[in-house]
Ligand binder design. Sequence first.
Ligand code: ADP
Ligand code: MG
Length: 273
Amino acid sequence: MTDRTTPVVRVANLRKTYHGTTALDGVNLEVAEGEVVVILGPSGSGKSTLVRCIDQLEKIDGGAMYLDGELLGFAQRHGALRPLTDEQVAQQRRRMGMVFQQFNLFPHWTVLRNITEAAIAVHGFSREDARVRAETLLEKVGLPDKAQAHPRQLSGGQQQRVAIARAVATRPRVLLFDEPTSALDPELVDEVLGVIKDLARAGLTMIVVTHEMEFARQVADRCVFMVAGKVVEQNTTEEFFERPQTERLQRFLSRFTQSLTASRERELVKELQ
Ligand SMILES: Nc1ncnc2c1ncn2[C@@H]1O[C@H](COP(=O)(O)OP(=O)(O)O)[C@@H](O)[C@H]1O
Ligand SMILES: [Mg+2]
């Protein structure tokens, strides 16, 4: 089915409305094997809706999405498209990992069980294999001694790192992140971004919605800029930041540069006091 030219994820003319509000207005996107694509854009531009549609958490109103060339959510039967059954959708969803802004760990389970449950119950890993893999992953995310902890005993940054380990545990074809650091205190952001960077370096295919511009610059292969449900501009990361083509993106980027400068100024003032 797959070869090097088949994108891992392909989104074609995707449309989604919520009770008459257009959230996605004909979005096209391709993500190749091993590629890290960052999605940027103002609040309400459809970024969350896009990743939620890819993860089949939303019913779409038009267009199509593919994972490794396979149509998501529908099957072609006798020349017509029919929705897949819930079980078929669940099977497709198992090939993706999603990390949300709110970590969504089960509070009454240990960290180990949070990471291994889906791998054992759904993916058929043996308990032992799942445990060994979870321990390796906990080490990778910098939490080697937290297997028996419960989520409430962890900081937000640690919980999010567990959520990332859980998403990776089932060896997904693509990882989807929706503002994974937006709910964190500022001092915890870097530890989570560091883990995502490591996964990117290890070659995982990712779609990351974020407002962390410095992270986007360092980690993204390509950046996509959305406004009002449309992809307004997309480019390789360097071109995107150095030579934005549309006035809209130029304004969006300059706002961040200015706020960066302002926060650097405040730091300097503090240092000088
Ligand atoms: N569950 C929902 N019900 C109604 N409208 C929604 C819902 N989710 C998102 N929207 C609307 O869809 C548009 C895109 O939202 P969203 O994808 O959350 O944007 P972003 O993640 O870029 O901030 C917005 O106008 C938003 O108000
Ligand atoms: Mg959002």
